[in-house]
Design a protein around this ligand. Structure first.
Ligand code: HH2
Length: 269
């Protein structure tokens, strides 16, 4: 595989395909495999560089699913998408192994290789790309502790440590991208600060992924303190702002709208 900067020029759109009944953002629209495959193909037509297929919701408070259930959800979708650019959103080594054998290029691990000790070896052995994401604790508990002295530098220090861990375990550094984990154990203000101060993360020298799409901080910023999601327009605004501050991959649900906005923003930059 080519190094990640060549494969994913700035900006690249990652389309979200949640093969789950309970994701916060799309709440089951792609739970049926045929629907998931159709959504993925549409996203690729609309300008996604890759589609991120996931079988386990990581919304705040969620419990996780068994290996068998996660495989049952994602394998038929990955089989149908053979030959298309796919990333697998999983923390489980066995799910990643199956996905990579079916042609996935990238492993998107929200635990940054802390969830399953075997995952790093699977990624290194396959020569796959990997996204390492920051999260406090696990989805079940992550919103219980949102205290940071300096959120941007603490997230960067965590990702620096995970980057070194991955490289020491045999993953090529030029195959790694980093993600501050918008919404994973952070307050509304901290989520915006992480994008405002993206330079702190960029200083680690790796491409940055931002997934602000439809997250509740957007709805809360717009005045609904109980919001659990954000609108498409708000998501597009966040994606453009993140891109202008240096993000490379924008992980989004609304691919056409985001791709159009990024094309305009890129022409101006
Ligand atoms: N956000 C979610 C899931 N995976 N991966 C990365 N790298 N970055 C993110 O910000 C990120 C992620 C949560 O969003 P979504 O997939 O829409 O919801 P759910 O986890 O409920 O399926």
């Amino acid at each position: 595989m080519t190094p990640i900067e060549q494969r994913f020029p700035r900006p690249s759109v990652m389309g979200v395909v949640n093969v789950t009944p309970d994701s916060f953002s799309d709440g089951g629209v792609n739970f049926n495999p045929e629907d998931a495959v159709a959504s993925a193909r549409r996203m690729l037509d609309e300008g996604a560089a890759i589609v991120d297929v996931g079988g386990e919701s990581t919304r705040p408070g969620s419990e996780g699913v068994t290996l068998d259930e996660e495989l049952r959800r994602v394998v038929p979708v990955l089989e149908a998408l053979a030959g298309a650019p796919v990333s697998i959103d999983t923390s489980k080594a066995e799910v990643a192994r199956r996905a990579l054998s079916l042609g996935a290029e990238l492993v998107n691990d929200v635990t940054a290789l802390r969830g399953d000790p075997e995952l790093v070896g699977v990624v290194a052995g396959a020569g796959a790309y990997i996204c390492l994401m920051h999260m406090r604790g696990e989805p079940r508990t992550m919103q219980q502790d949102t205290r940071y002295d300096d959120v941007a530098s603490e997230v960067a220090a965590f990702l620096d440590e995970r980057l070194r861990f991955a490289v020491a375990a045999g993953v090529r550094e030029d195959h790694i991208c980093l993600d501050p984990g918008i919404g994973f154990g952070k307050t509304v203000e901290q989520n915006f600060e992480l994008v405002r101060r993206l330079d702190v993360l960029l200083a680690l020298g790796r491409p940055v992924v931002i997934g602000f799409s439809r997250k509740s901080s957007l709805g809360r910023l717009l005045g609904d303190p109980a919001a659990t999601t954000g609108s498409t327009a708000a998501s597009v605004g966040a994606a453009v702002a993140a891109y202008e501050r240096g993000a490379t991959i924008l992980r989004v649900h609304d691919v056409r709208e985001t791709a159009e906005a990024l094309t305009v923003a890129g022409a101006i930059l």
